[in-house]
Design a protein around this ligand. Sequence first.
Ligand code: ITT
Length: 200
Amino acid sequence: MNYEIILATNNAHKLKEVREILSPHKIVVYGLNDLNLKPEDAEENADTYQGNALIKARSVQKLTTMPIIADDSGLEILAMDNKPGLKSARFASECGGHDKAIQTILDYLKDKEDRSARFICDIILLNEGDKPLLFEGIVSGHIADKPFGEGGFGYDPIFVCDELGKTYAEMSQEEKNKVSHRGKALKKLLTYLKINGKAI
Ligand code: ITT
């Protein structure tokens, strides 16, 4: 039997990536729209990724008894004191979109020697009655001199993943899912679900 789960996100790109990674393992991932769920806007005001993921998951838990996962993620750039970090989505909207945010980052880093960065993804699983469980993925890399590649979303064109030596946006979706922060967090979630007989 399939294991059915809700992903508490408004980000269609996240939903696509999570689906692609989990569905081969007999896990059906529903988005909020699929089930016509409209959680109240909960302010993501925690000071950790896991805290924000829990806020998102709890806001959906009020509306359903199904298992829920929520993803809070961000890009930390060392030379920017680990910003935009927790506020990666807000930084992009304040800049006027990801293209402008990317340009702001590139301008800031123009004369900086250290361009190291990392992507973090915290996934919280909420199952009725159970304590929230955390699955984390972290990927090291650096910020490219200019945008490269057409794939992906968000900051993908400037994040060079050290493992493959190219930006997320230059990778196929399959490649990104294998090495990405989200892919790594989901791999840990999958191991947990397999051990508990919920996934193949
Ligand atoms: P939800 O809160 O509804 O899930 P969101 O996009 O607001 O959607 P976050 O608060 O977790 O999600 O913000 C994550 C931001 O970090 C996201 O909007 C992008 O700017 C960036 N980000 C996260 N994962 C990324 C990825 O795989 N590639 C590029 N940028 C990513």
